[in-house]
Design a protein around this ligand. Structure first.
Ligand code: FAD
Length: 422
């Protein structure tokens, strides 16, 4: 049983607010959308989460849980690592959904390490990278023994990230010296590896962008930013002063870094949809359980239309969001990730829909958690239910991976192009 600062929730209700019950209601709503293999994969994830749940100490950082994820190949599931199957974007969405339902802060840190830092190591070999240096980094990240992060955002370059100011300089030996500053580096203060972008020429960032893996031992300095809504995740101001990166750590040089940045953004945004779907379902289901059991004026509060109709509306939105995430991920798997040949039309569609989905789902996490707290009442803003932690984490979902307006900016660019086909 969880420990609380002070318990006021009724024992009869508390004993029903379990992850097992959350999964029962989730399965009832989501399993009909899944095939046999996906259902089986979810059952494995659920038994893993139910085993891990009592071992999670919410007063501690999330990082000690990484090796537990790594043992089961759960640091990411987009790419095949060792023989952990099944894999692909649908499996990644389902993984993210379940880890969010288990522990939304763990999910935030996992996504940053496994996907944002891990994915570039897979892209490196996919594009002809050689040697075993990056393989070693990948194995450490995927096993959860090492912690990774990504450095794109800078103090002066947030949404306008492409025009970054971190400067690269090539040495005669082919190594690169990095100088710059990054902010909001999720996992940064704890990280062993920093997948970091810089440019040779800030006047021509697209043509000269570099993506490189920086080992913390090369001399990166981090200072923790205090973000109260996710206290168990460490987020950094990262200082990169004259850091020499040996050539075997360069993932994509001289303009190829720009292509990899965009190659990474689509799976990243689809992945964030998975994290968001988990927050939505967990917030809603804990609300459904609680309001089915809490009685006022002689009846369960869900029977008051003000509560029941509100939850019904949220359920409709959660189902729609889940259906969108699964459909987008299925198309990404079939037409991009596992496709024999490049399908430009599908790639373009998925890039657009990843922004639409990221925009819609991350905003929905906030709406669901906030509304559930209003429907469930006072206890849901205390630590007696997991809803308030979900609410706090939802705040981060909308800004990480590109703020709301940047998703809308990308979406409206597509709308403007329609003039050409009129
Ligand atoms: C908790 C957290 C974790 C993060 N993790 C990482 C990470 O691991 N690695 C990393 O590199 N970055 C990370 N980020 C950075 C995140 O991606 C940026 O915060 C985001 O890109 C927005 O940049 P900004 O915060 O500087 O806002 P700004 O770009 O300064 O934007 C301020 C406001 O202006 C709006 N705006 C900006 N440009 C436009 C425009 N053209 N049209 C309309 N509106 C516009 C924005 O939507 C926003 O509302 C993280 C951020 C947070 C808060």
């Amino acid at each position: 049983m969880r420990e609380f600062q002070e318990k006021i929730i009724d024992d009869d209700i508390l004993e029903k607010m379990t992850l097992e019950n959350v999964f029962k209601i989730f399965n009832d709503n989501v399993f009909p959308m899944l095939n046999q293999e996906e259902q089986e994969y979810c059952r494995e994830l659920q038994s893993f989460c139910i085993d891990l749940d009592p071992k999670i100490d919410k007063s501690k950082d999330v990082y000690e849980l990484f090796p537990e994820l790594g043992k089961h190949g759960y640091m990411q599931r987009i790419n095949l690592w060792k023989d952990f199957k099944p894999y692909g974007m649908v499996k990644e969405i389902l993984l993210a959904t379940h880890i969010s339902m288990l522990d939304p802060q763990l999910e935030l840190a996992r996504l940053a390490s496994g996907i944002l830092c891990g994915n570039p190591t897979f892209h490196y070999y996919k594009h002809g990278g050689t040697g075993d240096t990056i393989q070693k980094v990948q194995d450490e990240l995927m096993s959860g023994e090492a912690i990774g992060c990504i450095g794109i955002t800078e103090p002066g370059q947030g949404s306008d990230a492409v025009n970054m100011k971190t400067i690269c300089k090539k040495t005669d030996e082919g190594d690169i010296i990095y100088n710059g500053e990054k902010v909001f580096t999720t996992n940064g203060p704890k990280a062993d590896y920093f997948c970091t972008y810089g440019v040779y020429d800030p006047e021509h960032p697209r043509q000269t962008m570099v993506q490189a893996m920086i080992d913390k031992d090369f001399g990166v300095e981090t200072k923790r930013l205090w973000i109260a809504s996710v206290p168990r995740v460490h987020i950094a101001h990262t200082l990169i002063n004259d850091i020499k990166i040996p050539k075997e750590y360069i993932l994509a040089d001289n303009g190829d870094g720009y292509k990899r940045l965009f190659e990474g953004l689509v799976p990243e945004r689809l992945g964030i949809m998975g994290s968001g779907i988990g927050i939505c379902w967990a917030g809603l289901i804990y609300g459904i359980i609680y309001t089915n059991l809490r009685r006022q004026f002689g009846q369960e509060v869900i029977k008051f239309e003000g509560v029941g109709f509100g939850l019904a509306e949220l359920l409709s939105k959660c189902t729609a969001a889940t259906s969108l995430a699964l459909q987008a991920a299925t198309i990404y798997d079939n037409k991009v990730l596992f496709a024999d040949e490049v399908n430009k039309e599908a790639e373009k569609w998925v890039a657009g829909v990843s922004s639409q989905g990221k925009y819609y789902v991350s905003k929905l996490t906030h709406e669901v958690c906030y509304e559930v707290q209003q429907h469930a009442g006072g206890v849901s803003v205390t630590d007696n239910t997991p809803i308030d932690e979900l609410m706090d984490t939802s705040k981060i979902e909308e800004v990480i991976g590109g703020a709301r307006n940047i998703q809308l900016f990308i979406i409206q660019n597509q709308l403007r192009r329609y003039k050409k086909i009129l």
